[in-house]
Design a protein around this ligand. Sequence first.
Ligand code: ATP
Length: 497
Amino acid sequence: MSRIEEQIRSYMYAAFPILYIHTFEEEKAKEIIRNISAGIPQVLEWDGTDRICDLRTGEAAYDLSLYSLPDILDDRMSYQRQQVLVFRNISVFMEEPAVMVRLKKLAERIYSGESDTTIFIVSPVLRIPEELEKYVTVLEMDYLTVNEIRSIIQAFCADGAIQISEALEKEFADALKGLSELEIRNVLQLAYAQGGELTRNHITLIFEQKRQMIRKAGILEMVPMRERMSDIGGLENLKRWLERKAAVLARIDEARAFGVDMPKGVLIAGVPGCGKSLSAKAAAKLFNIPLLRLDMGRLLGKYVGESENNMRRAIQLAEAVSPCVLWIDELEKAFAGIGGDGSGAEVTTRLFGSFLTWLQEKDSAAFVVATANDITKLPPELMRKGRFDEIFYVGLPNSTERRKIFEIHLGKRRPQDLPSIDIGRLVEKTEGYSGADIEGVVREGVEAAFAGGQEHLTTEDILCAVRSTHSLSEIMKEPIEKMEREYKSRKFKNAST
Ligand code: ATP
């Protein structure tokens, strides 16, 4: 029996009135309920249409043009009988007073032992009216395991008499992690429709489809990985550290057998525009695993319990897709207001708590890269040992690093002009510039050279752009100095040297 099945069974026998199964796998949830309800005289399903069906036979049990949904909830037709009511697509109806009040009444009667009913709500969206909150227990269905996904692939191939090798089946299953059964079938169908077979070339298609589905789920975004380690100028310490983790992740089973801990993740903090996001992206590319960005803004929902639940789902999805890099951008914004007053602060504090616990106990290959501009705004608990494997500070690039950054950005745009450009002079004139500033002056110089009808880019074109640019350290002199002092006093590792 699966974990969720056991959970549901125990809640049902303990007479919890409303069990809310939050899942995209509605069919799978129904099957579990069917299994659990064997022996119960009446098991009804309402799917949002005008009929109530017997969940086990699929036959119509009540016609809702004669009775209404509130009637069914009134329990009058089946008074005193043991029954299970399964509702799908009900979230919008629950806002209706007649439905909400009846649900509440029925829940109260279940509590008091007057009615032997269990109500199931099966839905991919989690929306609980505040009035019902105390009667509802939310259950999350696990994502499909690799073995379950493999069975779906096998069934799909058997249906269509499609040949697939065991090795490819395993690769497909890994790539399909995190998707629902329906989504997996759709992707396989799409892949098969392109050429009438399933080949390794379809893995890219699977990833593209998965990217869209993850985006639709709304909280995580699968970011395309274009940047490599060689696109980062400087930050040698950080790069070396990531390369060591890459070696561990590449042979994780052997590493663990050797006694190496599962890598948890890294916090990269520091000055804006100096390569923090770039490092997160390049890390995923280096590890050769998908990059999932967690959007904290979208995570905060307006319904009771929605934010925590979104956080749980984001973590679950990242774990299901793992190995992956889970990139949490602007961490300080996500957890601003912790410990403060008001319900907003309360939600953030709870969110933060569940994030910390997960980070502390995490044993999956979801590697967290958290980036932050201002570490002084972060709660100190986050910086304790055992949370992240390491915390790096990224400062303004030194002269050697500026040289590298110029070489990278000039090399990308005008490789043919690189040998004739006096990078030494550019480095001299850009003290206090961030990596993003340097990219900006290169971009501007190239554009000016083109607009001026030149055949080649010159050192002067870029110097001209430098003269018209206010560097980051000019604009933010005070805060940057303060931040640098802070990082030094906390003895964070410098990403550069
Ligand atoms: P923010 O906190 O504002 O998001 P960040 O530190 O995450 O800043 P990035 O997004 O990584 O900054 O940098 C912005 C752009 O500047 C990058 O896309 C890259 O083109 C350039 N850049 C910054 N630092 C470097 C670097 N060390 N090497 C090469 N390019 C860099």
